[in-house]
Design a protein around this ligand. Structure first.
Ligand code: ASP
Ligand code: MG
Length: 415
């Protein structure tokens, strides 16, 4: 399963936008540059004698892309269906090239068209796989290749509806594809080769001493990803979680590294906490009202306002007479504040940050959460929250306090 060459999906989406705005010349110039780049890759990675057929396939893809650009200039409108046809080209190209490159390197690489193997619904640009159909297609197309000792190579991010319309799974969807395909063929392990060593105890830009997390649970990975750890998106591993398939993150620039293994139940050898994640640029909104005391329906009224303005809240804490929530989308903030004024006195505090410490051990040992709070004693904490999963403890503070808080926690728990 391979991703597009670096930056290619972005360029393809630019091509679609330029073409839809009838800036055909600009779009075609981009097409030309992409074509040159892919042909150079073919030159570099594939032997002379194998090049003919592949070059033809690559050229064919770019002829098709140029034709789509011309059509869009006339239509002046890019449908999501067309957008997916264009966006999918990066992976369709890279996977063909890599399959040939493997053969050049002496491995029996075999290209598999992801549009025939990954069956999705028709929610274009963020399609969801239909696992039953995908499993059947994979068993028919890929399992026989594996049985014959061949190395199937497929583009990630790409699928098609049962009717054969090309779809894509959402930006960054190649990892998701890896998990879908691993689940469909019943793989014993899914490996995601990327450009970092694995999951780290903290964002290395903030904590240079951060360390590799060798082993964590699916649930911990999901909490970390939700709160801003960049390595894996929760939906990415969902097909693997359902079938309990281990996922390993490895660094393609350092193949000898051990990486991070994510499984259902890691052995309990690790420390009290597994890792932490942070999120900046949050706004805290407080609603205070004595009406909340002993009343029902108050929280519903408050959350209805956020729903009406389609603004997600991350962390919520309540007291007897107040509710505090954090939001990171400020677009409708003024309107939200105005609407909330009907519920009580509203105050807004921008430039806040969230720090979340995650670890399965938090569930069993309440002393760990207490230790977290104690370590952060000199940091003014605005909100503290531990949800029912009890796998994370989340604190909200001023953004300017975040680096210090992270250092304190890291020192206490990870060094
Ligand atoms: N090429 C796609 C993207 O850039 C998918 C991926 O790289 O995972 O979003
Ligand atoms: Mg990518």
């Amino acid at each position: 399963m391979v991703s597009a060459l670096s930056g290619v999906t972005d360029v393809l989406l630019t091509i679609a936008a330029e073409a839809g705005a009838s800036r055909t010349e600009i779009a075609l110039a981009h097409v030309d540059r992409l074509r040159e780049r892919h042909l150079a890759m073919v030159q570099a990675l594939v032997a002379d004698r194998d090049r003919g057929e592949l070059t033809q396939a690559v050229e064919g893809q770019f002829t098709e892309l140029a034709a789509v650009v011309q059509a869009l200039a006339v239509l002046r409108e890019v449908s999501v269906r067309t957008l997916d046809v264009i966006a999918a080209m990066g992976e369709l190209l890279s996977s063909r090239i890599i399959a040939a490159a493997l053969r050049h390197a002496g491995l029996p690489g075999e290209w598999v068209d992801a549009r025939r193997a990954v069956v999705t619904n028709d929610d274009h640009t963020r399609a969801v796989p239909r696992m039953r159909e995908t499993t059947a297609a994979m068993r028919a197309m890929v399992t026989p290749l594996l049985d014959a000792g061949r190395v199937p190579v497929m583009g990630g991010f790409v699928g098609a509806t049962a009717e054969g319309h090309t779809t894509t799974l959402g930006r960054g969807g190649s990892d998701y594809s890896g998990a879908i395909v691993g689940a469909a063929i019943g793989a014993s392990e899914i490996q995601i080769w990327t450009d970092v060593d694995g999951m780290l105890t903290a964002d290395p830009r903030l904590i240079p001493q951060s360390k590799l997390v060798p082993h964590l649970s699916f649930a911990e990975a999901a909490e970390l990803a939700y709160f801003g750890a960049k390595v894996l998106h929760p939906s990415t591993i969902h097909p693997a979680v359902e079938r309990n398939i281990p996922v390993r993150i490895l660094n393609s620039r350092k193949p000898e590294g051990q990486g991070t293994l994510i499984t259902e139940n890691p052995d309990a050898q690790g420390g009290p906490l597994t890792a932490m994640a942070a999120k900046r640029d949050l706004t805290v909104v407080d609603i205070t009202s004595s009406r909340m005391l002993m009343a029902y329906g108050f929280l519903r009224q408050v959350f209805e306002v956020f729903e009406r303005f389609q603004t997600a809240v991350d962390v919520v804490t309540t007291s007897e007479v107040s509710v505090s929530v954090t939001v990171d989308d400020r677009r409708h903030l003024d309107a939200i504040v105005e609407a909330l004024s009907e519920c009580g006195a509203v105050s807004v505090e921008p430039d806040m940050a969230l720090l979340c410490a995650v670890g399965d051990r938090l569930r069993a040992d309440p002393a760990i959460a207490a230790r977290v709070i104690r370590v952060l004693e000199e940091v003014p904490l605005r909100m503290i929250s531990q949800a029912a999963s009890r796998r994370n403890i989340t604190v909200i503070m001023r953004q300017t306090d975040l680096p210090h808080a992270m250092h304190r926690l890291h020192e206490e728990f990870f060094q």
